[in-house]
Design a protein around this ligand. Structure first.
Ligand SMILES: [Zn+2]
Length: 479
């Protein structure tokens, strides 16, 4: 790729399932993962004639909350429209969406790119309902309408991103924000957050937008970034051949092949014959309602990040990692609050706990070590009752395996730090007597020989000696 000559222009559409119990326009459950196919359906979400949809207020509320968190303007009135197309996953023959008067417009979020901040503008956020799920089998196609009618929000960015990494950072930030305000669980393995990415290329310095390719239905951060990177290279290849893409197209992506493939020419709004949904009233969002929602907004990930940098002395990368993960942030803050030691808590949560969780394929909420128990372990180290090595090793391992609390394990195994200096001095003397060569080496200026002696003391005490105290005693004895 020739970086100096071309520039990629990338915009994202994000579909996120709104965290509501019931669907967008009927009372069917929106949890399709616990159900048998076609269990959560009714005449409304199956599009039977004569049925009247009813707007899910909770979905509107969460849509407004998300809009405010994305710094969008929420107009007083918005409305629903029918987007007409025929496909077997769409029993109504149209999707209920919002066309020219969306729930919210013109917002922005700030994303963190290796410590540098970039503002990505949001074009609009609108509400709509989801389609069903088709499964193709050798003899035909299976239709499951559990997802049909589930509440979605679609968030459309401006084409402000310039490479795959920026798009990935934007998508991650969006997931963190939607989760923090409880607008969506945004669980990609369950299809609760999906991306369409528009990619076009232009000569650097050119302000014009050229025909784009829209990559449909990307359902992981990795696919998103890989598909965009692939598409950028493909289109730069076309420019280099002097034959740039001449019309807008829609493409798909296969992870297995690592390639985009042509689906169809891109549909325009005309193809859908939008018209106002006659069965639904407009949505009225009053100034009072917006004030109420603003009051309910929790601390947003970007605000958390600033606080972590200033209060806990985290690095940019640490602050980003913790603040973007609501579960992890809550867990971490609980550990800090109980232990009163932010620095040690960070070490235990980020390097030790996360390592164990990852190795065992567990999420933070599945951790066998509760925040209270981890805080207690941090306290034992902070108070000098056990050494850091013993805490990180034996004690934590057993806590993780058994879920027992730290103090019980330390007591049962007799792992308290050796605080009796007389006892420690005896052991230091033994080590000195057993290693005359090392003493000689140390006296002739070899520092390493001294560390060896400290190591021997630690070994004899099974790590229970305080290394600093042992060092002082050894120095005193060796003279
Ligand atoms: Zn229904």
């Amino acid at each position: 790729m020739n970086d100096s000559k071309y520039e990629a222009v990338i915009g994202l559409e994000i579909h996120a399932q709104i965290a509501t119990q019931s669907k967008m326009f009927c009372s069917c459950s929106s949890d399709s993962f616990e159900s048998e196919p076609n269990e959560n359906v009714c005449p409304i979400c199956m599009g039977f004639p004569g049925q009247l949809p009813v707007i899910n207020e909770e979905a509107v509320k969460k849509g407004v909350k998300a809009s405010l968190a994305l710094n969008c303007t929420v107009p007083e009135w918005s409305k629903f429209d029918r987007k007409n197309y025929f496909y077997p996953d769409l029993p109504k023959g149209f999707q209920i969406s919002q066309y020219d008067q969306p729930l919210a417009e013109t917002g922005w979020i700030e994303v963190d790119l290796d410590g540098e901040k970039k503002k990505i503008r949001i074009h609009r956020l609108h509400l709509e309902d989801d389609a069903g799920k088709l499964t193709h089998i050798p003899n035909g196609t299976l239709c499951d309408y559990n997802r049909s009618g589930v509440a979605l929000m679609e968030i459309v960015s401006e084409p402000d991103m310039r490479n795959a990494k920026e798009a990935g950072a934007y998508a991650r930030a969006m997931q963190a924000i939607l989760r923090s305000v409880d607008a969506s669980n945004a669980d990609m393995e369950k299809g609760m957050m999906r991306f369409d990415a528009s990619v076009s290329i232009r000569p650097k310095g050119d302000e014009k937008l050229y025909p784009r390719a829209e990559i449909k239905n990307l359902n992981s951060f990795r696919s998103l970034e890989s598909a965009i990177a692939y598409e950028i290279n493909r289109q730069i290849g076309l420019w280099e051949e002097g034959n740039p893409q001449s019309k807008e197209i829609t493409v798909g992506w296969t992870d297995a092949k690592g390639k985009t493939y042509f689906l169809r020419d891109k549909e325009g709004a005309d193809d859908y014959r939008y018209f106002p949904e006659p069965d639904l009233p407009p949505i009225n969002v009053t100034a009072d309602f917006i004030d109420e929602m603003k009051k309910e907004l929790p601390e947003l990930p970007s605000e958390k990040r600033e606080r972590y940098l200033s209060d806990y002395g985290m690095s940019e990368a640490e602050a980003l990692l913790v603040s973007n993960d609501t579960e992890l942030a809550d867990y971490f803050e609980q550990v800090v609050q109980i232990s009163g030691d932010a620095k040690r808590s960070l070490t235990f949560v980020l390097t030790i706990l996360l390592g164990f969780l990852k190795k065992n394929g567990l999420e933070v909420h599945e951790s066998p070590v509760s925040a209270e128990n981890l805080a207690e372990l941090v306290k034992l180290v902070a108070d000098g009752k056990i050494s850091l090595n013993i805490a990180k090793g034996e004690v934590f391992e057993e806590m993780f395996e058994t879920g027992k609390d730290a103090e019980a394990i330390v007591k049962a195994k007799g792992l308290e730090k050796m605080s009796d200096e007389g006892e420690l001095e005896k052991i230091c003397q033994e080590v000195i007597d057993e290693n005359p060569q090392s003493i000689e080496d140390y006296k002739s200026g070899k520092e390493a020989a001294f560390f060896f002696l400290v190591g021997q003391v630690m070994k004899k005490t099974k790590g229970q000696a305080d290394a600093k105290v042992a060092t002082d005693i050894l120095k005193k004895l060796v003279g």
